[in-house]
Write a protein that binds this ligand. Structure first.
Ligand SMILES: Nc1ncnc2c1ncn2[C@@H]1O[C@H](COP(=O)(O)OP(=O)(O)OP(=O)(O)O)[C@@H](O)[C@H]1O
Ligand SMILES: [Mg+2]
Length: 455
């Protein structure tokens, strides 16, 4: 941990509070300046840069949120902690949404102030050693959108309110959920993913809450449910959009009450867990369509993070492709390609990636194996399936120069050939095809129909 002094500006319209905070922080060896109101603070910020702004929320003229906004505009790296007498979860979320590091409710304990400062210092030193890094807890990205997500993670990880992650299939929702958990104070506690679409209705209750021995035929011993397993840790409600009404109702109740009762048992047990939900379609539109409970939706969206699709962040494609190739080469038991030819990279960056990062990873792994030398060429991206060079009535042939064809013809042909091989491999089982390929069931169904491969 760095012992360097931190430059802190303390702002409050109550002089006593200013003095208390200043004494506390100077006592810890920090460099502290003070302002007795928002206007004065703005003047000071014009001329001097601080690492931390510790400010009251409600002040006449210029309040804490105004200071946060303007301070961040001048100094994007400024970390802001807001202190307020009006603590509601809404204003806490609003301040964090605007980029505050944290929010404290009066009366504040000196210990809480100091632990916030320590956490910010940790964050600052982490930022310094990772400045040139495009990877954060296993998430790779240099696009502005992903960099913004990386910056949000340590902040969101402090929140105890539920976080909703939305993004197309394969955009990294689970990876992000794990990164959030890894940055939270619960990091050494369990992380329990629950696939909300996969639990059979008949087993819902016992899976979620557990059961006592003998509570129904076949229950030979006591079993702990998933919610209890997440106690002290984090529960990932994955594919929340697929939750049945019955499951939605049970989740709403357990999130509100934070207690569980095993099937066949009378006693309740209190549980403490934080909730992250993930959806691959906008949950609000499902509320509007009447298939998702509105009350549960508002319960879950303490903060909403949108993960952009891969085609909206093309600049990440070369980075990700290189990263997956290196990873794959390290684990492969025989030499595989280690480089991607520029012309192949062009194909990768202009493709639409309906299966997003997952599709890219699988494609790179296949290409690394298919390549005949140390370099992945464009043809290695085309010939996906094992029977690709038998033709099967596709336009593409191995000897053909793809550049002679229009781009979409090539892409469609590859899709068609890929789907044809895939569906054959899984004997038309769409769910299995989706699992294997990383494309959604909907995509497989639609494209399969379009290419005449499915009825
Ligand atoms: N930014 C990233 N950096 C590195 N790998 C990534 C990134 N995003 C996704 N991946 C990889 O892509 C794959 C899919 O990621 P993940 O399972 O988190 O997606 P998802 O959004 O949960 O998808 P789905 O909606 O289909 O469940 C994983 O192998 C993951 O490691
Ligand atoms: Mg997922």
């Amino acid at each position: 941990m760095v012992n360097r002094h931190t430059r802190i500006l303390v702002v409050d319209d109550e002089p006593d509070m200013v003095t208390t905070l200043k004494d506390l922080l100077v006592g810890e060896g920090h460099q502290v300046d003070v302002a007795y109101g928002g206007d004065e603070a703005l003047n000071i910020l014009q001329n001097k840069e601080y690492e931390i702004l510790l400010t009251d929320l409600s002040m006449p003229h210029v309040n804490g949120v105004d200071l946060l906004r303007q301070g961040k505009e001048h100094y994007p790296d400024l970390e802001v902690v807001i202190i307020t007498g009006y603590g509601t979860i809404e204003s806490a979320i609003e301040a964090t949404r605007l980029g505050a590091f944290n929010y404290m409710i009066k009366p504040v304990e000196p210990q809480d102030i100091l632990s916030n400062i320590t956490r910010i210092k940790e964050l600052l030193s982490l930022k310094k050693c990772n400045e040139s890094d495009d990877i954060f807890h296993g998430m790779v990205g240099q696009s502005q959108a992903m960099q913004r997500v990386f910056r949000l993670i340590p902040k969101l990880a402090q929140l105890e309110s539920p976080i909703l992650i939305q993004g197309e299939t394969g955009t990294g929702k689970e990876l992000l959920a794990r990164a959030l958990h890894a940055c939270s104070r619960r990091r050494n506690e369990p992380f329990i993913p629950l696939d909300c679409g996969a639990l059979p209705e008949s087993l819902l209750e016992s899976e979620l809450f557990g059961h006592k021995q003998g509570s129904f035929t076949g229950s030979l011993s006591d079993r702990m449910g998933l919610i209890e397993a997440a106690d002290h840790g984090c529960l990932l409600l994955d594919e929340i959009g697929n939750a049945s009404f019955h499951l939605q109702t049970m989740l709403l109740r357990v999130i509100e009450e934070k207690r569980v009762r095993k099937v066949g048992n009378n006693a309740y047990k209190n549980v403490d867990f934080c909730v992250i939900a993930a959806a691959n379609m906008p949950l609000l539109s499902q509320v509007e369509a009447g298939v998702f409970r509105e009350d549960l939706y508002y319960r879950l969206c303490g903060f909403v993070v949108e993960l952009p699709s891969l085609r909206e962040r093309q600049e990440d494609i070369p980075l990700l492709a290189g990263y997956f190739l290196r990873q794959f080469a390290e684990c492969a038991d025989r030499p595989v390609a280690k480089e991607i030819a520029p012309e192949a990279m062009d194909v990768l960056t202009s493709y639409a990636w309906p299966g997003n990062v997952r599709e890219l990873r699988l494609l790179i792994e296949r290409a690394a194996v298919l390549a005949e030398g140390p370099v992945i060429r464009r043809r290695d991206l085309v010939f996906l399936g094992p029977k690709a060079d038998t033709g099967q009535g596709f336009m593409l042939e191995k000897s053909r120069n793809l550049a002679d064809l229009p781009f979409y013809t090539v892409v469609e042909d590859v899709e068609k050939r890929y789907l044809s091989d895939l569906l054959e491999k899984v004997e038309g089982n769409i769910s299995q095809a989706s699992r294997l390929s990383g494309a959604s069931r909907k995509t497989i169904r639609e494209k399969g129909k379009r290419y005449g491969l499915l009825d």
